[in-house]
Design a protein around this ligand. Structure first.
Ligand SMILES: Cc1cc2nc3c(=O)[nH]c(=O)nc-3n(C[C@H](O)[C@H](O)[C@H](O)COP(=O)(O)OP(=O)(O)OC[C@H]3O[C@@H](n4cnc5c(N)ncnc54)[C@H](O)[C@@H]3O)c2cc1C
Length: 430
């Protein structure tokens, strides 16, 4: 819905897409508040040691570069073809961007958004009508000390991502027996097994669960660790049956980092290393942590064959089983969610109709795919894909451009195109 300046836009989350959305809004003259529960790029920094598979040119915007150059004429961005680690991406682009005059004073760090509603309307009232826009959004926030307060905005852009809200590791997506009790001891992220987390994995037995790139990264890292610490062992389980190659190679992969990871993970799955065991068609049936020995006792079961479950012991478990959106933020609003992905329905339908093996071939699905039944509430970034893991920063940047054609009410509005021709001095705070 078109919204004239100077309206107040609340951006939830200061990941790459939240920052790009806030920047775009500032360029257009909106008042912007960015609420971030931790620090800038918090989720990315949790896997900061991992090298990204998309080159820097796909992960930055022309507007971001223009803002950085306007702030500091000496700013040297990474080259577009560089493959940065998550930490380098944050240090060399996202953090400096957040400190530009356009964004710095608008960042509210350490503020978690608990929920967003309409103060005068309940979820079931004024279904799909414009009456809902007559009252601003009420945003319930909590600071680091636990104190709660309320903020307001005319437009809300939820870019809170999915990382940090992992799926369960048991059969059918439910918790394995005992998983809830030991959740704090299982690693659901991508640990830096060759760096800061080395002592937790070196010369120890680890169970890795999952069939995506995160699991592949963990398995390949552990196998490398075994070259230096020979008693390191990894057991890798995936629930898919008869998977000779757990990571499907992308034909003529344009991303060399991704191609190399795929080849090495599949090589390990084929039994190439005595330090790695691969089991397809296998689920985590139950898990218990033994305080006395400091080990996990698990039962692994072939699909549908719980009676045949095998017992095993591990020092560590890494569950790279994907993430899901936290939808309680908008549960009092009229958001139509996809029953399969938990993402907003319109976009989920468009994604369903366009699925292909390579996430690089994706395009955005146009401004209308971002519209929800709740006027002026939008979900962008990784969260807009729900449980679908194919989201890329480059798609989020396109979503930002698409969204502001609606908010700015100009079909041809494209600040990314305009920014290319901006001399750096013209990008002053507005
Ligand atoms: C190991 C790994 C490698 C990856 N490599 C690539 C790659 O090479 N290329 C690529 O394009 N993508 C890659 N991705 C995906 C990439 O992480 C996402 O595309 C990107 O981070 C999504 O950005 P976002 O801004 O939507 O969400 P996020 O980066 O997840 O940011 C969300 C922000 O919201 C904050 N937040 C969450 N909840 C709240 C709340 N309630 N209140 C306030 N703030 C909140 C978080 O702290 C966080 O700062 C990778 C992901 C992983 C895990």
């Amino acid at each position: 819905m078109a919204v004239d300046t100077p309206a107040r836009i609340a951006v939830l989350g200061a990941g790459p897409i939240g920052l790009e959305a806030a920047l775009y809004a500032r360029f257009l003259g909106y008042d912007v508040d960015i609420y971030e529960r931790g620090n800038v790029a918090d989720n990315i920094l949790r896997w900061g040691h991992v090298r990204m598979f998309s080159p820097f040119g796909m992960n930055r915007s022309t507007l971001g570069l223009a803002a950085l150059r306007a702030q500091d004429r000496g700013y040297e961005p990474p080259s577009d073809d560089e493959f940065l680690t998550g930490l380098e991406y944050a240090d060399r682009y996202l953090l400096p961007l957040s400190q530009t005059d356009l964004l710095a004073d608008h960042l509210k760090l350490g503020i978690e958004v608990v929920g967003v509603g309409r103060p005068e309307l309940l979820k079931g009232e004024e279904i799909g009508t414009d009456e809902r826009i007559d009252s601003d959004f009420r945003i319930l926030c909590r600071d680091r000390a636990g104190a709660e307060f309320v903020a307001a905005a005319e437009v809300v852009i939820d870019t809170t991502g999915v990382f940090g809200n992992p799926n369960w590791a048991g059969e059918g997506g439910l918790p394995a027996i005992g998983e809830k009790t030991v959740r704090d001891r299982i690693e659901y992220g991508v640990p830096d097994v060759l760096g800061s987390a080395r002592s937790q994995y070196a010369n120890r037995k680890t169970l890795v669960i999952g069939a995506g790139y995160s699991a592949a990264t963990t398995v390949v890292g552990l196998a490398k660790l075994a070259e230096e610490a020979p008693d390191t062992h990894v057991t890798w389980i995936v629930r898919q049956t008869n998977e000779a190659e757990p990571i499907s190679p992308v034909n003529d992969d344009r991303l060399p980092e991704r191609a190399a990871l795929t080849v090495e993970a599949n090589r390990l799955a084929s039994g190439a290393s005595p330090n790695a065991t691969f089991k397809s068609g296998t689920n985590l049936h139950s898990v218990k942590y033994d305080e006395a020995t400091g080990k996990f006792r698990v039962r692994l079961a072939a699909e549908g064959e719980v009676g045949e479950a095998t017992a095993a012991e591990f020092d560590a478990i890494v569950a790279n089983v994907g993430c899901r959106p936290v939808n309680r933020i908008y549960q009092e609003l009229q958001i139509h969610e996809c029953y399969a992905t938990g993402g907003p329905m319109k976009l989920a339908v468009a994604l369903q109709g366009s699925s292909s093996g390579d996430c690089l071939t994706q395009t955005t699905h146009g401004p209308q795919s971002l519209v929800t039944p709740e006027p002026d509430f939008y979900i962008l970034g990784a969260k807009s894909y729900g449980r679908n893991p194919n989201f890329l920063v480059s798609i989020g940047r396109e979503q930002v451009r698409d969204l502001f054609t609606i908010i700015g009410d100009r079909e041809d509005l494209d600040l990314y195109k305009t920014a290319v021709s901006l001399p750096s001095g013209e990008v002053d705070d507005q």
